[in-house]
Design a protein around this ligand. Structure first.
Ligand code: SAM
Length: 215
């Protein structure tokens, strides 16, 4: 099996991208300027390197564990011989864009809203065993689309609700966490995921602040 794992930092437009920026091929089709501008912003990272690894190859089952807006997928589908392309993403907005973008491939493409850690369960939906997968792509991390859309809550540049979920149908938003978790739990999160040495002090400040005002 061939597998490519790409790093998140390269998802930011202009930062070490392996591909040239392309203009959106869908503008004349869907007519919504918002979607076009979102798509134009998203440049698949290391496209050249991914093609170097996969171009011209044959795959019975290819899994794209982070399909996003389908940038890598559309290139791979047009440059490889693939029977079944399974695209997984946690983000329903990204999947909707990928679905439109890849619609010409029909039943060859299956899109699933899921976490790639549940790959075995996703594959079982299609009665496929893990050993039958012969190519995997993981472009891990956050997408520029998620960062740039203010109401997703990931941006430092634009104001928006404190959401920060990749899958908005699941789990707690950051607003729910910072307004309800106790000091111990917040400190653990700041320490574990933020590796912040001041985690306890920050957690206490959050709890003190919310006594006067909802965050
Ligand atoms: C950099 S983008 C992928 C872009 C995609 N390769 C393209 O060409 O359009 C990363 C995507 O991974 C998704 N993601 C991050 N962690 C995930 C996980 N554990 N399971 C599934 N999807 C995940 C995000 O929602 C985001 O859409």
């Amino acid at each position: 099996m061939r597998m490519a794992v790409l790093g998140w930092i390269q998802s930011i437009p202009g930062l070490r991208t392996g591909a040239k920026k392309r203009s959106c091929s869908h503008c004349s089709q869907h007519g919504t300027r918002l979607k076009c501008s979102i798509e134009r912003l998203h440049v698949p990272v290391l496209l050249g390197e991914v093609l170097e690894l996969y171009e011209g190859r044959r795959f019975e089952v290819f899994v794209d564990g982070t399909i996003g807006a389908g940038g890598h997928a559309s290139t791979l589908l047009s440059s490889c011989d693939i029977d079944l392309y399974i695209g997984i993403d946690q983000d329903e907005t990204a999947l909707a864009i990928a679905s439109e973008r890849l619609s010409k491939y029909g039943a060859k493409v299956k899109l699933v809203q899921s976490n790639f850690r549940d790959l075995e369960r996703v594959l079982s939906q299609f009665e496929i065993a893990q050993g039958e997968v012969d190519g995997i792509l993981l472009d891990v991390g956050i997408s520029s689309m998620q960062i740039d859309t203010a109401d997703r809550g990931f941006s430092f540049m634009a104001d928006g609700p404190l959401d920060m979920r990749m899958n908005r149908t699941n789990g707690l938003s950051v607003a729910e966490v910072v307004n309800s978790f106790g000091v111990e739990e917040l400190a653990r999160i700041f320490q574990e995921y933020g590796e912040d040495s001041q985690s306890r002090r920050m957690a206490k400040s959050v709890v003190a602040f919310r006594e006067t005002k909802q965050i």
